[in-house]
Structures are given as structure tokens and as C-alpha cells.
Write a protein that binds this ligand. Structure first.
Ligand SMILES: NC(=O)c1ccc[n+]([C@@H]2O[C@H](COP(=O)([O-])OP(=O)(O)OC[C@H]3O[C@@H](n4cnc5c(N)ncnc54)[C@H](O)[C@@H]3O)[C@@H](O)[C@H]2O)c1
Ligand SMILES: [Zn+2]
Ligand SMILES: [Zn+2]
Length: 477
């Protein structure tokens, strides 16, 4: 893989994200305005900074109360804690979640350097990195200046209880990039706290490939690992690992299919399931970039399960926008050709058609699993309407509403299970990396009919890009 020396924001096809591109020696802007990165204006940041770093850099800043984005020269962040690293950004993403801040609904009241998705190169390390870091996460001993890294959208120390058990999004030291207390990744440089636990090295992704295999991994696709691909994987894996889905995977009924199985007399043991009981019906609600990632992850896992257990599945992808339904159809055809949809029937549809299809597929019973990837109450209500009794709803949407649209009776009457919340990106990253490598046909391209990323632009286009993104006007650019 060749690492391109530029910094950019990307545009997922359907979420109309944009990004910023620069030459390593200075911004190559839309206006051809070079940045002053001359070495006479540089300073070392800490003992372990082996490269010269400028005093100021270009950064995308948001100003309260809303809709005000400027690209400005601001001071380069410095090492503040010995666990910190400074990363020189090569790609920074603009994501649906940035719009909460942009519109003034993100609960932020002070100016910020925006962005929570970035990949780049380590240019400075705090004093806790080095040979004396035994017993700490490996990167404290092995991370070097010049290493290419992906940063998850939140800080995770890798050492607390939550990080150790795989729930890193609730790390005791968790911080989101792109808030007043931690500058974000739509900039040339970023300070990464708890960097030995937070960062993920790009070469460990390539190490997943057997040595004889062609190493194909596009630079732009790495950015998807900062947030949306792990989040899609998280949605799919939470659903498929749910105890209520276990009967489909094991062929044995509840409660005799788990790690802990109650001891009962042989004569009272239930029989195995019929093959018709084992067809899994799944709906995905919301086909933005995260929904697309969730769909690809789900199809790949179902395909593997078909090979290992004979499981069959039908997957219904729902979004009101026809362009997004069509995109998912193309993506399904692409991953089917690539061998990631074995044993899976797939349809994408609008909301009303989707409801009818699920009824028909399941004789009016409903979906066994719904992945909610929107983040509003209409999508939660649709998910509830689609789910069958003893079904599983996995929601990764960020919900701004103060209440959820169900009564206690409705929840009771369906024995429904819900999972909500933020993806533990650092914990899921190794899993998501494998999928990233496998499905470069969807994640690797830029601006093709099947690709997730739509375009790469200069950082100087940030203001315009936010505006177009907010209005849904950049679409397939
Ligand atoms: N949990 C996490 O860690 C995490 C991480 C990243 C993003 N997110 C959240 O995931 C959600 C999706 O992100 P995205 O970037 O794909 O957003 P997006 O806005 O690009 O896509 C959402 C899609 O949902 C569709 N939609 C709206 N209402 C619907 C309904 N009632 N039924 C079906 N579809 C409906 C929209 O048409 C749109 O295509 C957002 O809420 C985002 O903030 C969560
Ligand atoms: Zn994001
Ligand atoms: Zn932690």
C-alpha cells in the first residue's frame, strides 16, 4: 500500500461528507493558497519529537451558536501529558454526527476545532512511550515517530475495566475528539490522549493478510475505521451474538443453547429445531453510511454462518430515499460477487413497502432482528412495528429525543430486547479491519456506484462542504 501524503476529508456517498486535502509540504488549496510551514517557524514539541513541527496549522473551526465554519491558522497542539501523542493528519472525515454541532444542537457553546474521524502519522510522543512501558498496552512500547495510525473517535485508555472487557466506548478516560476540551481531526495536527491505548497501527491491518496475498488497501478506506465501519460491525455483531438469536445459530431451543445450560433429565430435553425455524429475518432501518457499513458487515457474517452452520437469512434494507435503496442494491450485488452473501436473500425498499415485505416473508410474525441506524423516534417506532415477539432491536443511532416512543406495556407484550449506544470502536477495530481488507470493492473506491466514499476535497473547502452536506446537496459527488 502506498501512503499518500495528503490530508483530506472524505465524502461518504450518501451522507454527503466532505474533506480536505493537502500536500505534506503545505496546503494545496482550492484557491492555491500555500500554507506557511517553513522550518524557520518550527519547534520541537517534546523530547521524542524527531520531526520539526510548525507553530501553527490549518484547522476547521466551528463558532457558536450555529452554522459558522471557518478554516483558520491556529496553534499546533502540544504534548500535555506523558501518555499523549501528536498525530499529523492525512485524512479527516466529515460525518453525520458533525452536523449536530454545526446546527447548534450538539450541546456545545464554545468554539471548537471540529472532527472526530482522522488517520495520520505520529510526529511526537510523550515521555511514557519507550522500553519502560512493560505491562501497559503494547503501543506504549512499540509506537514510533512516523508510524501510520487510525484514531477511534473517542479516547480509550486500554487499561481500565471497560477497555479490558471490550466496552471501550465507556472507558473511564473517554473523551470525544472535536469538543472544547479536545480539538478534533479536521486539522493538520491532533493531540491524542492515552495514545498507547487509543491508537491503532495501520501496519497491523496489513499483517492480517497472508504474506502471499496481494496487499490492497486504499488510503481513503482507512478513515472508515475511525467510526462508521466499526459502528456498522458493532450493530451486526451485537445482534448476531444476542442470546435470542442463538436458537437460529445452534439449532437448539432456548434455554439450552447458551454457555450456561441448566441440567435436566434426558427425557425432558426438547427436540431440535425444524429447518424452517432457523431462517433468520433481519431488517436494517436507515441506509446512510453507517447503515451501509452495518449491511455489509451483516451480510459477511451471515455468509460465514451459512458456510459453517447452514444458516439461511433474509435481509430487508429500509430507507425512504430511493437513491439509498438503489445504492444498497448495487452494494449487495458487489459483495455477492465477492462471496460475502452466501445463503442470504436481500431486498432494499421504502418504509411502507418494507413493512409489507417483512409481513410476507414472515407470515405476519415480524423480523427476528432489526438494526436501527438512523437516530430518531420515527425509526425507533418503525423498528418496534417490524420486530416479532422475542425479537432483538440493536440501535446505534444517536437519539436526540428525551423519550423513546414505546409504552411499558408495548415492550412487555413483545418480550423485546433493545441495545442502544456508542460503538466501542477501539475494541471492534481489529474485527472491522478484517472486513475493511476483505471488502475493498465497496470501501476502497471513491465516487464509483458501489463505493461508500463519494469524494475527497481540500480542507479549504470545509465551509462550503459543511453547507452542502447539511442541505443534503452533495450526494454522489
Ligand atoms: N453509536 C455510535 O457509536 C455511532 C457512530 C456513528 C454514527 N452514529 C449515528 O448513526 C446514525 C446514522 O448515521 P449516518 O451517518 O448513516 O446518518 P445519515 O443521516 O446519513 O443516514 C440516516 C438514514 O436514515 C434514513 N431515515 C430517516 N428516517 C428514517 C426512518 N424513519 N426509517 C428508515 N430510514 C430513515 C435517512 O433517509 C438516511 O438515509 C446517526 O444517528 C449517527 O449519529 C452512531
Ligand atoms: Zn463519525
Ligand atoms: Zn479505558
Amino acid at each position: 500500500m502506498g501512503w499518500q501524503r495528503y490530508s483530506s476529508l472524505y465524502i461518504p456517498w450518501c451522507s454527503r461528507a466532505k474533506v480536505f486535502k493537502k500536500d505534506i509540504s503545505g496546503w494545496s488549496t482550492a484557491r492555491n493558497r500555500p500554507l506557511s510551514l517553513s522550518l524557520t517557524h518550527t519547534r520541537p514539541l517534546c523530547k521524542k519529537a524527531m520531526v520539526e513541527i510548525p507553530q501553527t496549522h490549518r484547522a476547521v473551526r466551528w463558532y457558536p451558536p450555529s452554522y459558522k465554519i471557518r478554516v483558520e491558522d491556529v496553534p499546533v497542539p502540544t504534548i500535555e501529558n506523558p501518555d499523549d501523542a501528536i498525530v499529523k493528519v492525512t485524512l479527516g472525515g466529515l460525518c453525520g454526527s458533525d452536523l449536530h454541532v454545526y446546527r447548534g444542537t450538539g450541546g456545545i457553546h464554545d468554539p471548537i476545532v471540529c472532527g472526530h474521524e482522522f488517520v495520520g502519522e505520529v510526529v511526537a510522543l510523550g515521555d511514557n512511550f519507550g522500553p519502560n512501558a512493560a505491562g501497559r498496552p503494547t503501543l506504549y512500547s512499540t509506537l514510533k515517530i512516523g508510524d501510520k495510525v487510525v484514531a477511534p473517535f473517542t479516547v480509550s485508555c486500554g487499561e481500565c475495566h471497560f477497555c479490558r472487557i471490550g466496552f471501550s466506548s465507556r472507558c473511564a478516560h473517554s473523551q470525544l475528539f472535536g469538543i472544547p476540551s479536545l480539538s478534533g481531526g479536521q486539522a493538520q495536527y491532533v493531540r491524542v490522549p492515552k495514545a498507547g491505548g487509543t491508537l491503532f497501527k495501520v501496519d497491523s491491518i496489513l499483517a492480517l493478510l497472508p504474506p502471499d496475498k496481494e496487499r490492497k488497501l486504499s488510503d481513503s478506506s482507512l478513515l472508515l475505521l475511525a467510526d462508521i465501519l466499526p459502528t456498522g460491525v458493532f450493530a451486526a455483531v451485537q445482534a448476531l451474538q444476542h442470546p435470542k438469536v442463538a436458537p437460529f445459530l445452534t439449532g437448539r431451543p432456548f434455554p439450552f443453547n447458551a454457555t450456561f445450560v441448566p441440567e435436566i433429565h434426558e427425557s425432558t430435553k426438547p427436540g431440535n429445531l425444524h429447518s424452517s425455524d432457523r431462517k433468520l429475518s433481519i431488517a436494517i432501518v436507515g441506509l446512510g453510511p453507517v447503515g451501509l457499513c452495518a449491511t455489509v458487515a451483516l451480510l459477511d457474517m451471515l455468509s460465514d454462518l451459512n458456510v459453517s452452520t447452514g444458516l439461511k437469512a433474509q435481509v430487508l434494507a429500509i430507507d425512504p430515499f430511493e437513491s439509498r435503496q438503489a445504492k444498497l442494491k448495487t452494494v449487495f450485488e458487489t459483495v455477492s460477487r465477492g462471496g460475502s452473501a452466501q445463503g442470504v436473500e436481500f431486498v432494499s425498499a421504502g418504509i411502507e413497502d418494507g413493512k409489507e415485505i417483512m409481513k410476507k416473508w414472515t407470515d405476519d410474525v415480524g423480523a427476528d432482528v432489526v438494526l436501527e441506524v438512523v437516530g430518531n423516534n420515527s425509526a425507533l417506532k418503525l423498528s418496534y412495528d417490524l420486530i416479532r415477539p422475542f425479537g432483538v432491536i440493536t440501535s446505534v443511532g444517536v437519539h436526540p429525543d428525551e423519550t423513546v416512543p414505546f409504552t411499558g406495556t408495548e415492550l412487555y407484550d413483545k418480550n423485546v430486547s433493545f441495545d442502544f449506544g456508542r460503538c466501542p470502536v477501539r475494541s471492534v477495530l481489529p474485527f472491522a479491519s478484517k472486513l475493511l481488507l476483505k471488502r475493498q470493492d465497496v470501501f476502497g473506491g471513491v465516487g464509483t456506484p458501489e463505493s461508500l466514499i463519494d469524494r475527497i476535497v481540500s480542507i479549504e473547502e470545509a465551509e462550503k462542504s459543511y453547507e452542502l452536506f447539511d442541505k443534503g446537496k452533495v450526494g454522489k459527488v
